[in-house]
Design a protein around this ligand. Sequence first.
Ligand code: IPE
Ligand code: IPE
Ligand code: MG
Length: 251
Amino acid sequence: MSYFEQIDKEKLPSHVAIIMDGNGRWAKSHGQERIFGHFNGVEAVRASLKAATRAGIPYLTLYAFSTENWNRPKEEVEALMNLLVETIINEIDELDRNGVRLCAIGDTDQLPDACRTQLFRGIERTRSNAKVSLILALNYSARWEIVNAVKTIGRSGISEEKIDADLVSNSLTTRDFPDPELLIRTSGEHRVSNFLLWQIAYTELYFTDTLWPDFNEEEFYKAVVDFQHRERRFGKTSEQISPSAQTDKVR
Ligand code: IPE
Ligand code: IPE
Ligand code: MG
């Protein structure tokens, strides 16, 4: 049975976030420059979006460029920015046709002009689409986001007693989206790399050795099935979560 067929439609995560990692190593393993890996990663982006749409998952966030990624060689940063512009230009018609709402989180003001133009054009054009929200994390880092939220709250002059977790959540760039329920990281690295630190407090983490350009629809469904087999306890006991399991054990 395929992983798609194993998905329980009643237990879908509402939001999947992905740290798309391993493009450089994929390119190297094919005897090519790192940039070749980024180009080939676009197909995995398409596959993930298709999978989320087909499964009925309404929010998909992709970590495309971190604030730390500016420290890479200049040619690589330029190639990534050009790839972003070209991909939006090439894909926007299809995204729109498929009911995808394009969104962005991160310090997008600092992106090159051409990126900002295409990105905002795409966001504007697809803003009333409702099937799936594709959220690109661009020039994003969780610490940048949290510092910004703290500044906003400080500037608002709100009294200390009124500061709570909801206020912090609503001061983040992700305020319009639910927290991710599943976070996937490819390429065998077991770290979060400054991604959605506040939002993943109770997110299920899924790691795969697959390098990003090799990630495909079935791999996406496999992660969803794995997620569905976990027991999310949110600090409670297993018996509180599923009382029937307790009864079974007692019998
Ligand atoms: C992920 O692949 C893409 C970005 C971070 C933009 P990498 O480029 O990090 O690939 P590796 O980790 O070096 O293999
Ligand atoms: C995380 O990947 C950032 C993105 C996927 C955009 P990195 O490759 O930059 O992360 P580290 O440096 O291995 O932690
Ligand atoms: Mg990497």
